[in-house]
Design a protein. Structure first.
Length: 180
């Protein structure tokens, strides 16, 4: 898959389709490289380096990427568990801002960053690729067609705003909430 990458914008974070293409942005203060991983219908992966960085946000705009595109990230950086760094490009990361996911986590030794049978497992390094065992994020169309909808246009003097704590209002009170 041949992919065009434009600089894009650092915000908002996540994948955002604008009707023409998709902007991808992910935060990482200590990464040395970030790759956007695109998956076709057959699960074949295309890695796209995100080279634009602003305020620790790695970003890029891909004009041909549309809703339905499955993706994830591979983040490179130091692997130093004793200092809290566990960067491992063998692990496909789910976008923390994803609006939808395809698939489920399948528990396999590959999804762990360490070797399960190592006595110092927490300090070991698992170099197995976990792509087939983790869900992929999906680019979504967040637009909504408001055609046919209209504002309620209720005058302010006829508007009632009532705030309550739902649990306190309903738990063991025997009170039945009014229906409107």
């Amino acid at each position: 898959m041949q992919v065009t990458v434009w600089p894009g914008k650092p915000y908002p974070l996540g994948a955002h389709w604008d009707g023409h293409g998709t902007n991808f942005a992910i935060y990482s203060e200590n990464a040395t490289q970030v790759e956007l991983c695109l998956f076709d219908r057959d699960g074949l992966e295309t890695r796209v380096p995100l080279t634009e960085i602003e305020s620790y946000v790695w970003h890029g705009y891909l004009p041909e990427i549309e809703p339905g595109q499955r993706y994830g990230f591979r983040v490179h950086g130091p692997f130093d568990p004793e200092r809290g760094y566990r960067f491992d490009p063998n692990k496909l990361l789910i976008d923390p801002y994803a609006k939808a996911l395809d698939g489920e986590i399948q528990y396999d030794e590959a999804i762990f960053s360490y070797l399960l049978d190592d006595p110092n497992e927490d300090l070991s390094f698992c170099d197995r690729d976990d792509t087939e065992f983790v869900p992929k994020a999906i680019v979504v169309d967040e637009s909504f067609d408001w055609d046919g909808d209209r504002l309620l246009d209720i005058p302010e003097h006829e508007t009632v705003i009532y705030e309550m704590h739902v649990k306190g209002f309903t738990k063991k009170s025997g009170f039945k909430a009014p229906s409107f």
